[in-house]
Design a protein around this ligand. Structure first.
Ligand SMILES: [Zn+2]
Length: 194
């Protein structure tokens, strides 16, 4: 319930930003399904919501939640994350949250646009946020886990469930990479590598 409130609050804030950014442009009614909207900055479209897999910054999902961010993941990945979360709680008392799972293309574009603003250049942003075409979140084959103690539990135990850290600079990002119980390959340097 707390999550839902946060989403609505954040969605309302995004709506304000979107309206402020395009008050005169007549963008009302721009929806994710409108192909002409693809080239507009995401901030001028309708607010991101559950249907985009949106998880507000600082938020997190219980891995057992039934929302698109989780239900749109590859089934094997979701099962592995749920099993790992159960083990983390049982063995270490660590509560695992999914801070990001499946994302719609426009959600990924929004994150990339935001990262370019934060990091200044597309090149630097690409070290942290993949494009919608390249993102394993968009294909449903990656999850970000939190908080910090949970991410480090995954570093140590994720391989038991086939879950491996993909990038050295993202201790929270896991993909189903190996057969359960095998050793994970060394992480790539960052999201722009490989
Ligand atoms: Zn990630």
């Amino acid at each position: 319930m707390r999550f839902r409130t946060t989403v609505l609050t954040t969605a309302a804030a995004l709506a304000v930003v979107a309206l402020a950014g395009c008050a005169a442009s007549g963008a009302n009614g721009a929806g994710p399904g409108k192909s002409w909207a693809r080239d507009l900055p995401v901030t001028r479209l309708t607010p991101l919501g559950h249907e985009d897999g949106f998880v507000p910054e600082g938020g997190g999902l219980d891995p057992t939640d039934d929302v698109p961010a989780l239900s749109e993941l590859e089934p094997d990945l979701l099962a592995a994350v749920r099993a790992a979360a159960e083990a983390a709680l049982e063995e270490a008392g660590i509560e695992v949250l999914v801070t990001s799972g499946w994302r719609s293309e426009r959600y990924q574009r929004y994150l990339l646009e935001s990262a370019v603003q934060v990091y200044g250049t597309e090149e630097e942003a690409a070290r942290w946020v993949a494009s919608p075409e390249d993102s394993s979140h968009v294909t449903g084959s990656a999850v970000d886990v939190g908080r910090t103690d949970a991410a480090y539990w995954f570093v140590e135990h994720g391989a038991r469930f086939g879950l491996c850290q993909t990038y050295a600079n993202e201790v929270w990002h896991y993909e189903l990479t190996v057969e359960p119980g095998r050793t994970c390959p060394a992480p790539l340097e960052d999201a722009s590598a490989g």
